[in-house]
Design a protein. Structure first.
Length: 61
């Protein structure tokens, strides 16, 4: 998966990093603390290829 964005945050005096990753059909969000998954949870959005429209360099008009 490709890293899209890192978001630093502090909760209850602990530093976390939220990482948003993606590939062709999935977006994942994971919380990290000290470069390790913070709680073992991953949140995913699965996209069906049937509905993905990707035309690099072309705009929809």
């Amino acid at each position: 998966m490709i890293l899209f964005q890192k978001i630093p945050m502090i909760f209850e005096d602990k530093a976390y990093e939220i990482r948003v990753l993606y590939n062709d059909t999935r977006i994942s969000v994971v919380a990290f603390q000290n470069n390790y998954p913070a709680n073992g949870y991953k949140h995913h959005v699965q996209l069906s290829r049937k509905y993905i429209k990707y035309n690099p360099g072309k705009s929809d008009k």
